[in-house]
Write a new protein. Structure first.
Length: 208
């Protein structure tokens, strides 16, 4: 990922006991993570990470600011322009271990039609295309999302792109990452109120 809005800045995350309560130590960051992935998925991520406590590592932005920025980029776009400016809405990790979970949201450099013929991309349903890398620990998903007030070609030429990635976690459950990626896609589409109502599956099992 070449461009990011969020700079890394460590802040307190969950601790002993009820992790969801302890996540109030970084309320904006955890609220955004919960909105995008759901608290249960974050709990499952914590379990997969093993020893250590997850912390938010990205600069925290409230969901309404993130959504406003994404929508503004789409409304400002014109055919032939590049709107691939990625944000990191929820990045989590464990201090001094290198264990990291990354997420990115941007507008894609490629249209969905182009992805259909591009090597490495596969259909995961009617509206969504997925690329799997690093043995399933790096997922990129692209789907059309028409933003109200945007150029008429925006839906076809400027789809939304999301990424998730796990680093330095032995035997991480790739099925969980697939589910989290699908949840991120679904919730981003909901937050953006995509007028084309994209069909987002519950996980990213490849449909041949």
């Amino acid at each position: 990922m070449v461009a990011t809005m969020a700079l890394l800045s460590a802040c307190s995350g969950s601790g002993e006991g009820d992790s969801r309560q302890d996540r109030n130590d970084a309320p904006i960051g955890w609220k955004t993570c919960n909105a995008l992935f759901g608290a249960k998925k974050i709990d499952a991520l914590q379990e997969e990470m093993g020893e250590g406590t997850l912390q938010t590592l990205n600069q925290a932005f409230p969901m309404n600011e993130l959504t406003s920025g994404w929508a503004h980029s789409a409304r400002s776009w014109k055919p032939g322009e590049n709107a691939h400016f990625a944000t990191q809405p929820c990045d989590l990790g464990i201090d001094e271990t290198g264990k990291r979970f990354y997420s990115y949201v941007s507008w894609s450099l490629s249209s969905v039609e182009h992805l259909k013929s591009e090597e490495g991309w596969e259909s995961a349903g009617k509206d969504l295309y997925v690329r799997r890398e690093e043995n399933g620990l790096h997922l990129t998903a692209v789907f059309p999302c028409k933003i109200k007030g945007s150029h008429k070609d925006q839906e076809a030429e400027l789809p939304i792109e999301i990424e998730t990635r796990v680093r330095n976690v032995a035997e991480f459950d790739t099925g969980l990452l697939s589910q989290m990626t699908a949840q991120l896609a679904h919730n981003v589409a909901a937050e953006l109120s995509c007028t084309n109502d994209p069909d987002i599956p519950g996980d990213l099992q490849i449909s041949k």
